[in-house]
Design a protein around this ligand. Structure first.
Ligand SMILES: NC(=O)c1ccc[n+]([C@@H]2O[C@H](COP(=O)([O-])OP(=O)(O)OC[C@H]3O[C@@H](n4cnc5c(N)ncnc54)[C@H](OP(=O)(O)O)[C@@H]3O)[C@@H](O)[C@H]2O)c1
Length: 207
């Protein structure tokens, strides 16, 4: 797939690594020109704003507070598929700044009604993404996916599977209201309770 990555931080770098390894054609757009150029060169990616419009998928890897500006800057055409990985975290990362009656994903979708927003990857730590999806010989980290647009759901699932992740369909975009608190619990367990950043939430089924 042609993938544009918005953001060059922890998640942007881990995505660049895994998307490159999975053989995708990568375009990276960041805020800091030197940092963006360095990341693009490291993973054989382009860094050209006009290419964003032709992407099969755009991965929104900025902080939630920068998401609207980053999407404005990207100038995406109507119908573009955007994977929202953001979590609306407080400054100390220990709580969410919105929830219950909305979510970061829904707020972003409301700001860009012509884009097809899909929530995914927000429960996967950057370190986990960089290390890859296999946690043992039998266990694979899942990516929870919530979307209203079927195309967006399918592209996010395809992208996750191409990097070796399992996929758990979490229903409509409004279920980002559950996925963002799940990421909050993951952050508490990883950092607050000291379990580390190799952990990831999953859902068990009777086999
Ligand atoms: N870190 C994790 O383990 C993790 C896990 C799951 C989800 N998330 C979510 O993923 C998102 C990114 O997290 P992170 O840890 O990668 O944060 P980060 O390291 O702070 O990276 C954010 C990146 O966004 C860039 N940015 C800001 N405004 C931009 C704009 N207008 N256009 C393009 N790029 C812009 C920043 O540029 P500068 O370099 O100039 O600041 C920075 O490179 C957050 O919403 C977070 O909640 C993080």
């Amino acid at each position: 797939m042609n993938v544009t990555l918005l953001g060059t931080g922890n998640m942007g770098t881990a995505f660049a690594q895994q998307l490159h390894a999975a053989g995708h054609s990568l375009n990276i757009l960041g805020r800091d020109a030197a940092k963006t150029q360095a990341l693009a060169e490291r993973f054989g990616a382009s860094s050209q704003r006009p290419l964003a419009a032709a992407s099969d998928v755009v991965v929104l890897a900025t902080g939630y507070g920068d998401a609207v500006q980053a999407l404005r800057d990207a100038a995406l055409p109507d119908g573009a598929v955007v994977i929202d990985i953001t979590n609306p975290l407080s400054a100390d990362y220990m709580s969410l700044t919105l929830g219950h009656t909305s979510s970061a994903a829904e707020q972003i979708a409301a700001a860009f009604p012509a884009l097809r927003i899909v929530k995914a990857f927000n429960t996967v730590f950057a370190q986990r993404l960089a290390a890859g999806p296999r946690v043992s010989a039998t266990e694979t980290v899942p990516v929870f996916i919530a979307a209203d647009a079927e195309t967006a759901r399918q592209r996010a699932a395809e992208l996750a599977r191409s990097m070796g992740f399992d996929v758990i369909d979490a229903g409509p975009l409004r279920n980002a209201r559950y996925l963002e608190p799940l990421a909050g619990l993951n952050i508490y367990l990883g950092y607050g309770a000291g379990l580390g950043t190799s952990i990831a939430p999953t859902w068990l089924r009777q086999s």
